[in-house]
Design a protein around this ligand. Structure first.
Ligand SMILES: Nc1nc2c(ncn2[C@H]2C[C@H](O)[C@@H](COP(=O)(O)OP(=O)(O)OP(=O)(O)O)O2)c(=O)[nH]1
Length: 204
């Protein structure tokens, strides 16, 4: 991809957290929500699942856009691998509480799949960011209060590290942005694979 192209990023995600991470890093991404049915995807494990979903979201949006060589579409998907299970967003408050009863005092791996595709070049790059998350041994009352806050209901793994959930995460091993939903150092590497510098996406 040449350097004389005016690159723009389209974020194929409804996640306000992902958009905020990009904006704080100087990138004003246009948001286009794919609305794909994530339930149709089968995968061997959390790593493959989040990558397949990220790819599906990005490709669904790419198919809707005009063939502009400057447009790069980014799809992401986050899941928590815990105790041999795959936790996306909880189905309801009961599931969020049940998960925390299992998670407290233990650790899991948050995987975020990233897929970038160039519309005209057809080039693409993808990778999974992984971050180990160590959960605090919180009480039943804290679980009940956290679930009642409704925060854990809308996030993969039923926890955040930058919201109320931050009080319940002892430490992480890896990129914090990856837990929130998008790893910027990983995005930089994917863009390099496509001969694009992340600095080319910075707002003027
Ligand atoms: N602020 C924040 N959000 C988090 C954290 N962990 C997970 N999330 C959010 C980011 C995503 O919105 C959501 C992960 O679910 P998905 O990867 O399926 O994305 P989502 O369904 O939100 O949007 P999308 O499918 O990409 O249109 O959970 C965290 O630590 N902090």
């Amino acid at each position: 991809m040449g350097n004389d192209i005016d690159y723009r990023l389209v974020l194929a995600s409804a996640s306000p957290a992902r958009r905020a991470l990009l904006s704080a890093a100087g990138i004003d991404a246009e948001v286009m929500v794919s609305g794909v049915d994530e339930s149709v995807v089968e995968a061997a494990d959390a790593y493959e699942l989040c990558l397949a979903l990220a790819r599906m979201k990005a490709r669904a949006i790419a198919a809707e856009l005009p063939p502009d060589p400057g447009i790069l579409v980014l799809g992401c998907d986050s899941v928590l691998a815990f105790d041999g299970q795959i936790f996306g967003k909880p189905a309801n408050a009961e599931e969020a509480a049940k998960r925390w009863e299992m998670m407290r005092g233990r650790s899991g791996v948050l995987h975020t799949g990233h897929h970038v595709t160039g519309l005209v070049s057809g080039r693409q790059a993808e990778a999974v960011g992984t971050t180990v998350v160590h959960f605090s041994d919180i009480t039943d009352a804290e679980i009940a209060a956290y679930v009642a806050s409704e925060e854990p209901l809308n996030v993969a793994g039923s926890f955040t590290i930058d919201g109320r959930g931050a009080a319940f995460v002892e430490r992480i091993e890896g990129d914090p942005g990856n837990v929130i939903g998008l790893s910027l150092p990983l995005l930089r590497k994917l863009l390099i694979e496509m001969d694009v510098s992340i600095t080319a996406l910075w707002r003027a």
